[in-house]
Design a binder for this molecule. Sequence first.
Ligand SMILES: *Cc1c(COP(=O)(O)O)cnc(C)c1O
Length: 380
Amino acid sequence: MNHIPFNKPFIAGKELFYIAQAVIENRHTAGDGPFTKKCQQWLEERLGCKKALLTHSCTAALEMAAMLAGIQPGDEVIMPSFTFVSTANAFVLRGGVPVFVDVHPDTLNIDESLIDDAVSPKTRAIVPVHYAGVPCRMDAIMEIAGRRGIVVIEDAAQALLSQYRDQCVGVHGQMICLSFHETKNIISGEGGALLINDPGVIERAEIIREKGTNRSQYFRGQVDKYTWVDVGSSYLPSDILAAFLYAQMENAEQIITKRNLIFDLYMDGLRPLADAGRIRLPLVMEDSRCNGHLFYILTQSLKERTELIKFLAQREIYAVFHYVPLHTSPAGRRFGRAHGSLKVTEAVSDCLLRLPLYYEMTPEDVQRVIDAIDDFYHQG
Ligand SMILES: *Cc1c(COP(=O)(O)O)cnc(C)c1O
């Protein structure tokens, strides 16, 4: 019996062909070449954001967003604790203070009803994370931010092509950060993008991304000298990487349809265990479209989860968990603070188990995972 890995990166087929085109035909291997432009245009058209800029990673996009939001030492940034470290790190690098609030038990996204109370005179930004590609309740979050005069920077690393109501993730907040890391739906090994809807920061974003220079304006003929005008760093990826990414983007719809199919098989197959109260399943929001990024179950305890991981591994099925809540991590305690109790975050972090989910997974593979989980709960 072949083993079922946790993840297998999807290869669309034309990646190397487009890379050859970038190298041999276009002769453009630095950043902002023809493939970068194609990818950025694809993002702007498909998602509906005003501006898209490719970056090395979602982490890089978050760092740019923190600079563009003007985060200063002591400024507070409201975010969930149940997330990847980069969500917080990008702001800590600017001297910002992450203020961690709890998540909803149903979506594991930031509980928007707790945000208002976490806002202080020092609050500069809210950073919702669309966990598992399930969109946060953006209407409520945008309302609070608008009323309080705070910028919204979305960590949409997992949410490419997810929809909140009728609109793609990417049109709501002032800035949205995407990831094309190998573990995400659409990949380029490492990679990301910063999407911008605030026209007031687009020009500065181009400058920060190009080492603090006005190189982009110079190439467009808008200025006659190319010089150092602001702080910045090197955040633009090589066009070789964009060539790889474009081959993936051409298959985006197909990738998401397939991942959602696997997601639905898991939901149906595990429903009886959930109905019997043995495990909990993700909530599918009626008014949103999810991108099938990941599938998780919630066990009853840490001990049960540990035993289930072992049980599955014996059958050569590899399931993993995340995250250590940021407010309990050494750096999170040093740089940030928890607002109120984070009971849901702490419980979920002990009990969440991610099941294998990748494009090449067959319905038989999915059934094998479901059967194994069934056997685990019906043994002895
Ligand atoms: C993957 C991920 C990131 C980091 O993405 P990189 O492209 O690897 O920098 C950030 N936030 C969340 C929620 C993620 O899932």
